[in-house]
Write a protein that binds this ligand. Sequence first.
Ligand SMILES: Nc1ncnc2c1ncn2[C@@H]1O[C@H](COP(=O)(O)OP(=O)(O)O)[C@@H](O)[C@H]1O
Ligand SMILES: [Mg+2]
Length: 399
Amino acid sequence: MSALNPFIWDRPLDDPSKIVGMEAFANEVALTLKGQTNVALFGPRDTGKTTFTNQLALELAKKQGTDAPPFDAVKVNLQRVVSIPGFIGCVHDAMTSHPVKSVRRAAQRQIGVLEKEIGFDIKVIKGSVKSALVSPAQDAETLHAQLLAVRSLSEHLVVVFDEFQRLRHCPGDPLAIIRSALMSSGANHVSLVFTGSIRNALKMMLENSEQPIFGEAAQMQLPAISRIDFLEYLDFQFEQTGKPADEDALNHLLNATRAHPRSTQQLAWECWSGTPARKPVTLDTVIEAHDRLVQTIERSEFASVLNVLMSGDEGEVNEVRALQLLADRGGENVTSRPVATRYGFSSHSRVRPALERLQGRGLVDHRDGTWYVVDPLFSEWLRRASPLADRSAPEASLD
Ligand SMILES: Nc1ncnc2c1ncn2[C@@H]1O[C@H](COP(=O)(O)OP(=O)(O)O)[C@@H](O)[C@H]1O
Ligand SMILES: [Mg+2]
């Protein structure tokens, strides 16, 4: 029995025994990639995209029948990339810190060859070695040569570009470079995964015929973790660590987070650490832990974003109205005229554009035709402060 907190919510998971409910989807995506189709994967942030790519790498390494041999995966994290040198730095990191030793060694060899060819140390670009400045044209060539080096790492390769939509702000045409290095005739053994938390941005890169990677990937949505899978996982983890959870406590926990991946783990963590060793986790534990977490939103970036929107133009204020409306009443009846009026919209036709802008910011999304605030703690914080919410029930009824 371990006494360590089993719940992780501040970084992607890599231990497959802690990744809930992604096996079937990883298998499906792996087979698609092995069949030489690229995949674009949408999911708002904190819903498990990066975690999923870890599960996917394990699945790719398996032999899936005779025509689907094991594949190696290289994961490039583009989260902070706003320039070609930044991109080069991330690819370098992906190569030198690859989790599989044989791939890491092959990468070291390739980097040696590459550096001889370009005539300088890649670390120059990362700024850790002093040298004269390199020109943008040289940067583009370096990135291209570096991606060719990645391509030669394995005969069966998947390259994952995590948070790919970031590249839309990167000057120097990185998509054309990716296309030329990883999607051309010499790259038939390479498939690509693009993940994106801003659905519309990623869609634009794939669906606009002027974009270099137009029409080059099957689009998929990261599936939600099923409530029952999460329930079993939480039950097991609380039990295993000597703090068994009551059934009503677990149900309340999952109602409060709607099984949102990061928030569920965070609330479970809060409950776990607030419970003494060998004591059960009760409904009260969950209610109190939830209250504490909802209060932390007050000092979070969600609150700052809201303040910025509140002091913006009419379109931005409409976004605040739409957020409040969703948090208070759920997303089934968002364009009803009386509701729109009550929230201060000049017309009910303004609700949908506001929701779409919020979706572009990654704050709301829709699934199965219903809009919702992505982060359940943010949603609850909005609802608690709302003058228009029915404060008595967690889920206000619709008009
Ligand atoms: N499959 C999963 N099972 C359980 N928890 C998950 C899963 N995927 C994500 N999480 C939780 O969500 C958090 C954020 O996951 P992450 O993969 O970083 O999301 P994203 O890349 O979409 O922002 C993780 O720290 C973990 O707590
Ligand atoms: Mg991520």
